[in-house]
Write a protein that binds this ligand. Sequence first.
Ligand code: ADP
Length: 377
Amino acid sequence: MNPEYPNLLIVDDQPRERIALRTVLEPLEVNLFEAASGQEALALLLRHSFMLVVMDVRMPVMDGMETAELMRKNKATSSIPIIFLTAYDKQELSILQGYQLGAIDYMLKPINEDVLLNKIDVFARFYRFEREREQEREQERERERQAAELRRSNEELLRFANIVSHDLKEPLRTVRGFAKRLIRRHYELLDDEGREALEFMVDATGRMSQFIQNLMDYSKLDGNLAFSPLDCNALLGTVEKDLSAVITEAGCTLHIADLPQIYGSRSEIMALFQNLITNAIKFRKPDKPVLVGIQARENLDSWEFEVSDNGIGIAEDQHQRIFEIFRRLQSASSTEGAGIGLAHCKRIVELHGGQIWVESEPGKGSTFFFTIPKSAE
Ligand code: ADP
């Protein structure tokens, strides 16, 4: 038995005929089954799945036509094709001719081997075609199942994020507000330790608010982005202005080459650049002025952007993992952040139909690449 091959059932009450048929069909790439009666055939048909039945019409007890009739009544066997083998008998022939509904064929005895093999070949080709179609339909159903599951889990994530956002932000704002008020109004009453503790509180609650906001932004990101033509030079100008305080504070120099016009979501592409530039600054080497370079290269059907820095770099085994949500590297645990930034970047790029990856050497710096397809236009 070869599980790759389809099954073919020979039904004949005469052992000699079955052997003869088996000899003819042996060279075919099929698994041959034999039944000596209609009942035996029906039992086998229910136990295995068959591509085809080659059945003698004349058999005692239950003849071929009765067997076929019963096969038609059962959903599991109703569409299995049958080739009837019949002696030249007028009555039988006229029934068979009128019976040519669906996948039924017949052959006169004595059998012409070539004709039989030809007929089987036609059924086998049809069977393979149907199987492939069924596999495609199954794959399609699987894709639909996965898409539905993804939609469901996205909705769940969004609901979860909404709850987290609402229930956490409010008390956080209160704590932050009171800590600020204490610093403002009772500054003189506090000693250095007290002031420092309150400043830590303000800082930490600010970071947490930002984290919640990032989480919200990430979870709200879905396929319904509004795309428009974007001039990346102008867009980077705005990003640079938005980040000017951080850039100046870090003494960062930005080298922005001439950039193309792309088609995408303005707010998300801005967030993408903002994240990458902020990371370049965040993960800088303490003793070195930060240099960030941004440029783009034209590929056949996409624009390939790169954002490079001279920061601490990323170990090779982390190059994939940093794009997973909440994934931060050990060495970065002292730096602010929650590990959403790059997951967000990846989502943005993928929603634009592109890819994102990093090349980096620890101690030397990192270059983040991403592509935005031109076809999106
Ligand atoms: P976060 O910045 O909030 O930690 P990200 O998703 O933006 O989260 O980044 C994930 C991790 O990837 C960071 O914690 C850091 O370890 C590493 N990383 C990201 N950008 C850089 C960079 N430019 N240089 C070095 N490491 C980086």
